[in-house]
Design a protein around this ligand. Structure first.
Ligand SMILES: [Zn+2]
Length: 327
């Protein structure tokens, strides 16, 4: 069987009608080889580039799944922190408006409670990634929460210190409502209210607890029945003022009858009179004021002894309504 050698190429000469050996130089061979190699390389590079961009390796796929999972966890964490944040808000509120008030400590300024961590480059190392914003926001939230928790725990330490050996003071400071179960009967709160007679916006220096005539009124803290100076009592009708010491006084107005005399010592919860509508009043109610160092305070901050958190919330809602006072 004839087998043509591969080494040589032949060309058919149409003139001479014979096969002629074609001589290919080494240079030409090399040239040919290089051009094929170059075309192959370009093609391979295109295929690789395509594969690199459109298909992930199993490892890459796994990493991508992991990143998605982290992202989800960060988002869940963020939501949980928002909830923790609202609980902390409530704690801080109670601390400033109740606990610290009881022990005569100034409320902690919000600039201290919410002071951010110093240093602009604190989060710099977290920058430059796809999810940097999420990570930085979350980290900032955690930092803020830990800072606020630290301030809050310090405040509780301070309050605890103040509470020690203050049993006597605690018995004197007004801490209950002057009417039993009065939480739902607040007709008008502390602040600017429409005056029932003058029909103008006037400062209402206490709260009005609407109750039927004859409802018992109780002393809200230990103290001595006193007479306030000057013309303070005009318009209050039959009225009792108790000096509790430590700078505190309470006033109970518009009574139908009082059962304590000036100079008499009273205990918290002791009956001092009955609800009426004497003085400048439009309906039977107990007008109650709390004074601290000569300044009128919002009485709702002094009901902490006999209110559950729910009742406290109710009192805040009722007393913040801008309505007409009973005076
Ligand atoms: Zn009033």
């Amino acid at each position: 069987m004839f087998k043509r050698k591969n080494k040589h190429h032949y060309r058919f000469n149409t003139k001479s009608l014979v096969f002629e050996k074609v001589k290919v130089s080494v240079k030409e061979k090399l040239k040919k080889f290089l051009s094929i190699a170059a075309a192959g390389s370009v093609f391979a590079a295109i295929v690789l580039l395509f594969a690199y961009n459109f298909f992930s390796s199993p490892k890459e796929k796994m990493l991508k799944r992991e990143i998605e999972e982290y992202k989800l966890q960060y988002e869940i964490l963020n939501e949980r922190m928002t909830r923790v944040n609202s609980v902390l808000n409530d704690m801080e509120d109670r601390d400033d408006n109740i606990y610290r008030v009881i022990f005569e400590a100034e409320p902690i300024p919000s600039t201290v409670r919410n002071a951010a961590y110093g240093g602009a480059d604190r989060y710099a190392k977290l920058e430059g990634y796809d999810n940097s914003k999420l990570i930085i926001e979350t980290t900032k939230k955690i930092d803020m929460l830990s800072r606020r928790l630290y301030v809050q725990s310090k405040s509780f330490d301070e309050v605890l210190d103040l509470a020690k050996n203050k049993t006597q003071m605690m018995a004197c400071i007004p801490a209950i409502m002057p009417i039993k179960n009065g939480a739902t009967m607040i007709g008008s709160g502390f602040g600017y209210r429409l005056h029932p007679i003058y029909k103008t916006l006037q400062f209402h220096p206490g709260i009005d607890i609407i109750s039927p005539r004859g409802t018992p009124i109780y002393a809200t803290g230990d103290g001595v029945v006193s007479t306030p100076a000057g013309n303070l009592l005009s318009g209050y009708g039959i009225c009792v003022v108790i000096n509790h010491g430590y700078g505190y006084e309470t006033l109970y107005g518009h009574m139908s009858r009082k059962v304590v005399a000036e100079g008499q010592k009273v205990k918290r919860g002791q009956l001092i009179g009955y609800v009426g509508s004497t003085g400048m009043s439009t309906a039977p109610h107990c007008h109650y004021e709390v004074w601290k160092s000569g300044k009128r305070m919002n009485p709702i901050n002094y009901f902490y002894n006999d209110l559950t958190p729910d009742e406290y919330q109710k009192v805040i809602e009722l007393s913040s309504k801008i309505n007409q006072a009973l005076s």
